[in-house]
Design a protein around this ligand. Structure first.
Ligand code: CP
Length: 348
């Protein structure tokens, strides 16, 4: 069934895919997206990104603040020849004066893809329900899939000694955040070992471990959830994230007391990890809390390469999720419309 959507699209419902969590994708699909990232990154270096999103638009709904996700999607759309529309709750009626269903239907008629960072996961699920163009999760309280793609790709770029992603163990330091949960599921699904090292009170919920168990059975990966910082010595990748989110400011003191100093990423912690271990951080970082400035600036830190790869990932996402259904008009079609419109205007 053809879907009513932006005039530029020719989308069949069976081709329609959203990106809510990396758990919706096979290892092969993750590899496909990363290989596309590599090609687009090379093209960007030569200032020669193909116009694969030409004259197309991505609606970017942000209920919460963002530097990397917002800038990377907007710049990615521009580099690919298209346009990003920044839509905060002050700009649109989302769920206030207009239902989310109707918002999704209207955006689908005008834009080619929707990206949303929502405060409530039900909002993005509702957008998916009625959208007739792909919806990309730009972070909800459960998952951060676009971050995962940039992270896997960054690790892959920096692996040494001919090893593969599936040879590695990643340690997430701290709270069971959306990024931690996404890493648990993405790593184990991909065949990488995963550890969360943090205080018992802030460790991963059982429902996500149950899903990770099924991935481990399929891929041979393993995970460990521990409060013992010594577990870092088996790790090739150390990953940091904030010890509290903006909605948890009332818990800030209690959280900092629980996490500091044991779970802070320092130069000493990095020295205790496997030789050659790399440091990732999804950013923004607080260098007085979860990571020291010295560690963040260490020669093992790839946190800013990781941030730049958010742009590499968003270019690939815009192309991967739209390329099958965006019709590029022929020169003949463009000329035919231009002539018709000019004839009409000439008679006014
Ligand atoms: N890591 C991340 O999502 O950064 P922003 O909140 O700045 O988008």
């Amino acid at each position: 069934m053809k879907l009513p959507s932006s005039s530029a699209t020719n989308l069949d419902k069976k081709d329609m895919r959203h990106m809510i969590s990396m758990k919706d994708f096979t290892t092969q699909e993750m590899d496909d997206m990363m290989n596309l990232m590599a090609l687009l990154k090379e093209a960007r270096k030569d200032n020669a990104v193909p116009q694969l999103f030409k004259d197309k638009s991505v609606a970017m709904i942000f209920e919460a603040g963002s530097t990397r996700t917002r800038v990377s999607f907007e710049v990615a759309a521009t580099l690919l020849g298209g346009h990003g529309l920044f839509l905060s709750p002050r700009d649109i009626h989302l769920g206030a004066k207009e239902s989310i269903d109707d918002t999704a239907r209207v955006l689908s008629r005008m834009c080619d893809i929707v990206m949303a960072r929502t405060n409530d996961p039900e909002t993005i699920d509702a957008l998916c329900h009625m959208s007739t163009v792909p919806v990309i999760n730009g972070l909800d309280t459960r998952f951060h899939p676009t971050q995962m793609l940039a992270d896997l790709f960054t690790i892959r770029e920096h692996i040494k000694d001919g090893r593969k992603l599936s040879d590695l163990t990643l340690a997430f330091m701290g709270d069971a955040t959306d990024v931690c949960r996404s890493l648990l599921l993405t790593c184990t699904k991909y065949g990488m070992n995963f550890k969360q090292i943090g205080p018992v009170k802030y460790q991963m919920e059982q429902e996500w471990l149950d899903i990770a168990d099924t991935y481990c059975a399929e891929t041979g990966a393993s995970y460990e959830i521990t409060d013992n910082v010594d577990a870092i010595k088996e790790c090739d990748v150390v990953y940091g994230d904030s010890f509290y989110w903006v909605t948890q400011l009332d818990e800030k003191k209690e959280r900092l007391d629980a996490f500091m100093p044991d779970y802070v990423i320092t130069e000493e912690l990095m020295a205790a990890a496997k030789p050659g271990a790399m440091l990732l951080h999804c950013l923004p970082a607080n260098d007085k809390e979860e990571v020291t400035r010295e560690a963040l600036e260490g020669e093992y830190s790839v946190a800013f390469d990781e941030a730049e790869n958010r742009l590499t990932a968003q270019m690939a996402i815009l192309v991967y999720f739209t390329h099958k259904f965006i019709d590029m008009p022929s020169e003949e079609t463009k000329k035919m419309h231009e002539d018709k419109i000019n004839d009409f205007l000439g008679q006014l």
